[in-house]
Ligand binder design. Structure first.
Ligand code: HEC
Length: 162
């Protein structure tokens, strides 16, 4: 192949690798003033992520209450609502803005809720359920410590003003 062709091919490959890095690994992010990484989303996308978060909180509360009352069926039902099924239908444009590590933590949280549901049904062991809850909540803590949401161009605009 001619030299020019090789150069063009290399540049194309670099562009593809760059795009893959930007959209697949780094996402749409900027350092925030509080030391976390802000994920820059549109208002609609942010509303979607936050509503998913509130669903997580609802599930955590319901699972703790179900465990306290020794009702594994209730714990399973609450956990399943935020399992992998809840994750379907996330728009590609939003996915592309999320950093790889954020996606990994998010998916592993959904998966852990599914596992908790399955085990609660099959074992009905509330200590096991509480252990699973405590463990999966490390994902909540870890992700919140590392990421926050922001609006493009205003990385550290507080959520409450948006
Ligand atoms: C993959 C990352 C990630 C995981 C995992 C995660 N969160 Fe979040 N959560 C966020 C981000 C980012 C925000 C926005 C924080 C900000 O902008 O300051 C948020 C916000 C929230 C909010 C505020 C919602 C609102 O309306 O303002 C709640 C409640 C919440 N998370 C609960 C949870 C719970 C409970 C879990 C675990 C079961 C969890 N989150 C797991 C990333 C995550």
């Amino acid at each position: 192949m001619c030299r020019l062709c090789w150069t063009v091919l290399m540049l194309l490959l670099l562009a593809i690798v760059g795009a893959a890095y930007k959209f697949g690994i780094r996402g749409s992010t900027a350092p925030a003033e509080d030391g976390r990484l802000a994920i820059l989303l549109t208002d609609g996308e942010r509303a979607r992520v936050l509503s998913e978060m509130r669903a997580f909180l609802v599930a955590v509360q319901a699972i703790a209450e179900a465990a306290a009352n020794d009702k594994p069926g209730d714990a399973a039902a609450a956990a399943r609502k935020v399992g992998m099924a809840a994750q379907r239908g996330v728009p590609v444009a939003l996915m592309a803005k999320l950093p790889l590590e954020f996606k990994r933590l998010g998916l592993s949280t959904h998966r852990a809720f599914d596992q908790l549901a399955l085990d609660a049904e099959q074992l009905g062991d509330r200590d096991h359920t509480l252990n699973q809850l405590a463990k999966l909540m490390r994902n909540c803590v870890g992700c919140h410590a590392a990421y926050r949401l922001g609006v493009r161009g205003v990385a550290d605009r507080p959520r409450s003003q948006g």
